[in-house]
Design a protein around this ligand. Structure first.
Ligand code: ATP
Ligand code: MG
Length: 396
């Protein structure tokens, strides 16, 4: 039988935060949680110093759980049942949870937040365990139990829980500002966006499209990735840059071995200017040291030197296999591996330079009026909003 929980107790992450920062953290987390669970109209919320208490008021815990797992800022959360501060009632509630668990062994873990309760934690553990032993076939295992029954004693009531579900960790989205994230259709950049949001930044996406060399399917794939990622921040903003003319000019004027380096310098120039226009201070992307020729240390240094915004590469020191684990976990992998060409793959040179020289980049760039082309790209950006909710994308 499915357990009828009454509450969800959510524990805050990053507990090192103190004072005003802590209050901001809790307020942002409350706002984000309400937004993520907006479809569940009967919920009520109480943000306490020790955690966010959500009163289900009849809503279904099991429908809420997958959404709550995607809210950054919680270390863990639990379905809970509350009762009066009476050891018999506490034991009866714990027994109900034990009877509905698929377990052979258990342990009771009581914690008094209010020490005025007449029994100490040990005594609570023993009394509750005694009731469960007498009324079920479960055995106690204090080292590695199948079921842990958590009892939290507050000043006015007790909460009993049967599981700690891992939260998404990190900081509440928005608390640390905003970032512009370069989103390609690959495996890496969605993960860089995920990690950026996890650090509490609201993300706007920028995508460089080279129509008609890249297809509508390639763009749809990027939109789909933005949609998957939008659950972490309610809705995603995606800026689509028409990049073809600038790209063709690069290939006309630069040596082929430098084309990718210069193309990426142009991406950073455009990203940098868009970020400034939108009052965004941070640029992030999926570059990872050594992954391809344009991601050697020399390349990365020459490429991002054109941007004055702060640039952070969340995947810089990660292995591809580690990135893939995360992509599978958050559900972007299957979309990322769809085989549509990106602007980088279409014009891929045979021998891209691995140690580009700044003066050579500047020499090739001096051969054409890239400023006008960049301005043109910026003027023609199409910006769309994408949400995970069932409604069409809106253009604004
Ligand atoms: P993968 O290596 O899995 O194919 P990738 O697309 O991330 O993924 P690269 O093509 O090497 O790999 O690009 C490095 C980074 O540059 C990307 O992670 C992304 O942040 C950015 N980038 C590349 N192409 C584009 C694009 N068309 N639009 C926006 N950003 C891009
Ligand atoms: Mg790629």
């Amino acid at each position: 039988m499915e357990i009828k929980y009454e509450y969800i107790l959510c524990r805050y992450g990053e507990l090192v935060l103190k004072g005003k920062n802590r209050r901001d953290f809790i307020n942002a987390l409350l706002r984000n949680t309400k937004a993520a669970l907006a479809d569940f109209k009967d919920l009520s919320y109480e943000a306490r110093h020790d955690g966010l208490y959500i009163h289900l008021n009849g809503e279904d815990f099991f429908k809420i759980k997958p959404l709550l797992e995607k809210v950054f800022g919680f270390v863990h959360f639990s379905g809970a049942i509350a009762c009066d501060l009476d050891i018999e009632k506490i034991a009866k509630t714990a027994l109900y949870l034990a009877q509905n668990a698929k377990a052979k062994t258990f342990k009771v873990v009581a914690k008094r937040q209010d020490k005025r309760f007449s029994l100490n934690s040990d005594a609570i553990n023993r009394q509750v365990a005694g009731v469960i032993l007498r009324n079920t076939d479960l055995k106690v295992d204090v080292h590695d139990p199948d079921l842990k029954l958590y009892i939290t004693i507050l000043s006015d009531r007790a909460y009993i829980m049967d599981e700690k579900i891992p939260g998404a960790q990190g900081f509440p989205v928005g608390i640390n500002g905003r970032a512009l994230c370069f989103l390609s259709g690959g495996i890496d950049s969605p993960i860089s966006a995920y990690l950026t949001m996890k650090k509490g930044l609201r993300v706007e996406f920028i995508h460089f499209a080279s129509m008609p060399y890249t297809s509508k399917q390639a763009l749809d794939k990027v939109k789909e990735l933005a949609k998957i990622l939008s659950v972490y921040e309610e809705e995603a903003i995606l800026h689509i840059v028409p990049f073809t003319d600038l790209q063709l000019a690069i290939y006309e004027h630069a040596d082929e071995s430098y084309a990718i380096t210069i193309m990426r310098r142009m991406m950073y120039r455009i990203g940098d200017r868009l970020a400034k226009k939108r009052h965004i201070t941070l640029i992030t992307n999926g570059e990872s040291v050594g992954q391809v020729a344009s991601q050697t240390i020399e390349s990365l240094s020459v490429i991002s030197s054109v941007a004055s915004s702060l640039v952070i590469r969340p995947l810089a020191m990660m292995d591809k296999s580690e990135i893939m684990v995360l992509a599978r976990k958050i559900g972007t992998y299957d979309t990322s591996i769809l085989p549509y060409d990106d602007c980088c793959t279409i014009f891929e040179p045979k021998n891209p330079v691995t140690k580009p020289k700044l003066d050579k980049c500047e020499y090739y760039e001096s051969k054409f009026d890239y400023e006008t082309l960049i301005e043109d790209c910026l003027n023609k950006i199409e910006t769309i909003k994408i949400t995970n909710k069932e409604k069409d994308d809106d253009i604004f």
